[in-house]
Design a binder for this molecule. Structure first.
Ligand SMILES: Cc1ncc(COP(=O)(O)O)c(C=O)c1O
Length: 419
């Protein structure tokens, strides 16, 4: 190389393997690896844990993320994907085929529902949306072509917590694969694979990454054969995570247990305060005693999660005013980061639902979803109070003869109990 010309030298920099071990997982930001032996390719293309050749098939940084997520979920293997939707579509496209039927939990993330509906219309997938708290409805949905039961640990956004061990057992007895989106719970609050579920997936964009700076997803399983199928077809589709995204995700993941514990605590403080506020007609958080899933969530999960929704008196107009007035809290389409965010599910995460589906999910004109961050909850509360008070003030403005609006201090009575 010493005799090579400038152009050649410039493109042939090489990092030497250090003699000591790096404390942080290195970023292998490379699309390809080089070899001296042609036979390596056959090995690399035939198994998910083979030698790394090409980063769509495998990359050391991405594998580090897959290994730590497998360990946290109590699984055996994982495939990191480019997004949460990449994980969901990979699971469906690699484990089902045209004509197969899937039983889907009613009231889950709108993007999942939109994907399944699209696959049903264009690729012949069949789907039934079912209230998974109703065993008779689930049994009635079974058909000879049913292959999969699809659930969320804590459903987005209303917080339904279904009986996962019972549903996973029922799926197994009936020869169905059970798939659980564990994004809202994270493995800190629940590990579905330890309770009989076959496939767990995440949008790592949310709590796993945790800092709103990376988009990603992951699929975790216990059965190596299932993993191999998902890896073969997932890499064929091209769903694989980029190493830089995996590296950022790994960095965020290191504080996951601490963050989740604090997200849950802060969510509890704000959910309770909002439930007693005069402008709020209901708060939906499984940690509140009035939530339909409260008892199950308390028994099944290690915490109630950092997301809740609340219904604002005054419908769409009130939501518009509230989301314009918030200052510290951000109006944003995502969740699970260190900053508190709000959105109207009807206009973002669940915008593709029909009017009937919105009604079935309980998403009204006045519904706001809150992803509670790691700020001091008193500061977030102060922002909520001023934004709610501003709305009250705006409503009172056209009638100068009216008494001034009540100061927006929370009420303590049970009038605004959670629903
Ligand atoms: C529960 C859940 N699953 C999956 C997704 C999709 O994830 P991504 O946006 O990373 O594709 C989301 C996004 O909001 C979600 O809330």
């Amino acid at each position: 190389m010493r005799s090579a010309r400038q152009e050649t030298l410039a493109v042939h920099a090489a990092a030497r393997q250090p003699e000591s071990t790096p404390a942080a997982v290195p970023l292998y930001q490379t699309s390809m690896f080089t070899f001296t032996d042609l036979d390596v390719f056959a090995d690399a293309f035939s198994r998910p844990d083979g030698p790394v050749t090409y980063s769509r098939l495998g990359n050391p940084t991405t594998r580090a993320l897959e290994e730590v997520m497998s360990a946290l979920e109590g699984g055996r293997a994982a495939m990191a994907t480019a997004s949460g939707m990449g994980a969901i579509s990979t699971v469906i496209l690699s484990l089902l085929q045209a004509g197969d039927h899937i039983i889907v939990q009613q009231g889950l993330y709108g993007g999942t529902l939109a994907l399944m509906r699209d696959l049903a219309a264009r690729w012949g997938l069949k789907m039934s949306l079912v209230d998974v708290d109703d065993p008779a409805a689930i049994a009635a949905a079974m058909t000879p072509t049913t292959r999969m039961l699809y659930l969320e640990t804590i459903a987005n956004p209303m917080g339904q917590v279904c009986d996962l061990p019972a549903l996973a057992g029922w799926a197994r007895r009936n020869g169905l694969l059970s798939v659980v989106d564990n994004t809202f719970a994270t493995p800190i609050l629940y590990q579905p694979l330890r309770h009989g579920v076959d496939v767990v997936l995440h949008s790592t964009t949310k709590y796993i990454g945790g800092h709103s700076d990376v988009v990603g997803g992951i699929i975790v399983v216990s059965d190596p054969r299932l993993h191999r199928t998902i890896w073969e077809r997932g890499t064929e589709i091209g769903a694989s995570a980029d190493p830089f995204a995996a590296w950022l995700t790994l960095r965020g993941l290191q504080t996951l247990p601490l963050r989740v514990e604090r997200h849950c605590r802060n969510a509890g403080i704000l959910a309770h305060r909002l439930a007693a506020h005069t402008r709020v007609t209901a708060v939906h958080w499984p940690g509140l005693p009035g939530h339909p899933s409260h008892a199950r969530a308390a028994a099944q999960l290690a915490g109630f999660g950092g997301v809740f929704t609340f219904d604002l008196a005054g419908g769409a107009e009130a939501v518009r005013s509230f989301t314009k007035r918030i200052e510290l809290v951000a109006l944003s389409p995502s969740l699970g980061g260190v900053t508190t965010t709000v959105l109207s599910p009807r206009s973002t995460s669940h915008s593709r639902l029909t009017a009937e589906e919105l009604a079935a999910a309980g998403l009204g004109e006045g519904t706001i979803r809150v992803s509670v961050g790691l700020e001091d909850p008193d500061d977030v509360w102060a922002d909520f109070v001023q934004a709610l008070a501003a709305h009250d003030h705006a409503r009172s403005r056209p009638d100068p003869g009216r008494r001034p609006a009540q100061p927006d201090l929370p009420e303590t009575g049970g009038r605004h109990a959670a629903s």
